[in-house]
Write a protein that binds this ligand. Structure first.
Ligand SMILES: O=C(O)CCC(=O)C(=O)O
Ligand SMILES: [Fe+2]
Length: 566
């Protein structure tokens, strides 16, 4: 216990009241580790004909409700579909007839053991339909379940994970993949303690949704790190005013079990929970939205196709229209992925069309300092120029200027802030939101602090008209040359030259070759386009033609020679 917790525990006259001390110690145990939040769950009331159920999603006035759940499933012959509503529309025995029909069309549920699907009713007794055999009107997003899971279960795993394509840190979204429909029926429907098999590197948990159908028993027990939670959904759906959908979600590494069902049928939907990047969809190399649906995309494409537009290349600049804390270390790691609105569209458009786009902090108002320095005038080389940082960087502190009375502010800032004077940029619009970028000492008898502010901007290096990038935009990508030929049992060494254009989203990109993937890492992606050479061995007949252009990365594959397989 830390000394702070120690103090808290002792502050309640522990000796006089041991019972209270025990409560305090239990509460202390429940907050001592972030691992104590390993599951969450709740109840969604069923309300038929509630047309306004989404009117209250942003207020605190009313709970979200769900209409009765409809299930439709394929008959085993695949030629017809049946339908069931839960809670059953007809009560009593008749209602349960429909469930029995559903049961007839299910198959026994298996479980994974040492990589194999096992059927063993002493371990798991349940019926199942796979997700391609049924459909439902129930969607956990609609009733806020996914938002709750994101808020409660995601922080612990919202870190970059290894072994996946992505290195983006903004893993904030949850995808719930409908996995199975299960029925645990009395007597002895159950699933003994187990840990779910993760279905891929991004799965972090499971969600169980229990539909309103009368049953007893079948409690779900979830355990983690010495803590235990039990969800008892018995009796739900039995009476008119107690009809609800019950749900629970938990991390993949939690042991859990379904205790024996003692009467009725416990009908559940299970979902696999995956983490994904919630922001950045438009910035992905294969973007979620279709960029060609944007007016800007067409205008840019049109311009790039014309020799009248920046024939010898040039630089375009765009000050972000939205505010970002771009000089905080935390935020500049999240840019450009966290760009929004027009900023995101501008960045993504150029990223996809010419690849050479980056974010920079810019100081544009240093000319204001000029008035006090008569030695500068409008003939100066850097007059009317913007000071453009080498990229985005955190706030800098400098002692420069403290004892140099003759230094101008412009010189001090230029020396202390990694940047360049730029006059060649064609800007769209003026500077926007500003953040503190640099603090330094002012010269003079009385040293004082001076603050300088920067705006976040997107700079695009437009390639020359006859560049490969622009040519390909006009004419489509060049087909790759056949790199080698050979017979089946020969292996070819190929050198793969990858020319990268610095962009953070290139990092983590991997190329699938038969010899294994090649992954671009931070070490390989330099500030300038640079060739990176790999020598790979793979069977020539199966050489996959690498595409010439892949997400801003140029690939050239050429044979280096043949070696014979032994
Ligand atoms: O139905 C439940 O509550 C849990 C089911 C389960 O553990 C599973 O399908 O893996
Ligand atoms: Fe499970």
């Amino acid at each position: 216990m830390s000394s702070y917790e120690d103090k808290l525990a002792h502050s309640s006259a522990e000796e006089d009241n041991p019972e209270e001390a025990s409560f305090l110690s239990k509460i202390g145990g429940a907050v001592s580790s972030h691992k104590s939040v390993f599951c969450c769950g709740g109840s969604i009331a069923i309300v038929a004909d509630d047309d306004s159920r989404f009117d209250y999603v942003t207020t605190n006035k009313k709970q979200l409700t769900s209409p009765p759940v409809i299930l439709r499933w394929d008959l085993p012959n695949g030629k017809a579909i049946r339908k069931l509503t839960l809670p059953p529309i007809v009560k009593g025995k008749k209602g349960q007839t429909a469930i029995k029909e559903l049961l007839q069309d299910c198959s026994p549920a298996t479980f994974g053991k040492k990589g194999e699907e096992v059927l063993d009713e002493t371990y798991r007794k349940a019926a199942k339909l796979d997700n391609n055999q049924f459909s439902t009107n129930f969607n956990p997003h609609d009733v806020g379940i996914i938002d709750v899971i994101t808020q409660m279960l995601l922080p612990g795993i919202a870190k970059p994970f290894t072994g996946t394509e992505s290195i983006w840190e903004e893993h904030l979204g949850v995808i719930a993949e409908l996995y199975k429909l299960n029925i645990y029926s009395a007597p002895s429907g159950k699933f003994r303690p187990h840990v779910d098999t993760p279905r891929g590197a991004t799965q972090f948990g499971s969600l169980v949704v229990c539909l309103p159908n009368p049953h007893q028993g079948g409690q779900l027990r979830v355990a983690h790190d010495g803590l235990d939670m039990e969800w008892d959904w018995s009796n739900k759906g039995e009476t008119e005013d107690d009809q609800s959908i019950e749900w629970a979600a938990f991390y993949s590494d939690c042991e859990h079990e379904v205790k024996e069902v003692t009467s009725g049928h416990r009908v559940t939907l299970t979902y696999n929970l995956y983490v994904h990047e919630r922001v950045g969809g438009i910035m992905r190399d294969l973007p979620t939205p279709d960029l060609s649906s944007m007016v800007l995309y067409h205008r840019v494409k049109e311009a790039l196709a014309s020799p009248a537009f920046m024939k010898d290349g040039g630089t375009l600049g765009f000050y972000c229209r939205h505010a970002y804390a771009h000089t905080s270390d935390y935020h500049n790691e999240r840019l450009p992925m966290a760009l929004k609105g027009l900023d995101a569209v501008f960045y993504a458009t150029f990223h996809h069309l010419v690849h050479s786009v980056g974010m920079h902090a810019v100081m544009d108002d240093l000319d204001d300092e000029r008035s006090s320095f008569s030695e500068f005038d409008s003939n100066d080389e850097d007059y009317n120029a913007e000071l453009v940082a080498t990229g985005l960087h955190g706030i800098q502190m400098s002692e420069e200027g403290g004892d140099d009375e003759s230094a101008s502010v412009r010189e001090i800032v230029k020396d202390a802030w990694r940047s360049k004077w730029r006059k060649d940029i064609h800007w769209f619009g003026g500077p926007g939101h500003q953040e503190i970028a640099l603090v330094h000492l002012a010269y003079g008898n009385q040293p004082s602090m001076v603050w300088h502010y920067s705006s976040a901007a997107i700079l695009v290096k437009v390639p020359r008209f006859n560049s490969k990038v622009r040519k390909e935009l006009r004419e489509g990508p060049r087909p790759c040359q056949e790199t080698s030929s050979g017979d089946q049992d020969k292996w070819a060494y190929h050198s793969i030259t990858i020319t990268t254009i610095m962009h953070s989203s290139n990092i983590g990109t991997s190329f699938a070759f038969p010899a294994g993937p090649v992954k671009l890492t931070t070490e390989l992606v330099g500030p300038e386009p640079a060739p990176v050479i790999f020598a790979l061995a793979f069977p020539t007949p199966r050489v996959e033609k690498p595409s010439c252009r892949f997400a801003g990365i140029e690939l050239v594959s050429r044979p280096l020679g043949l070696i014979t397989c032994v």
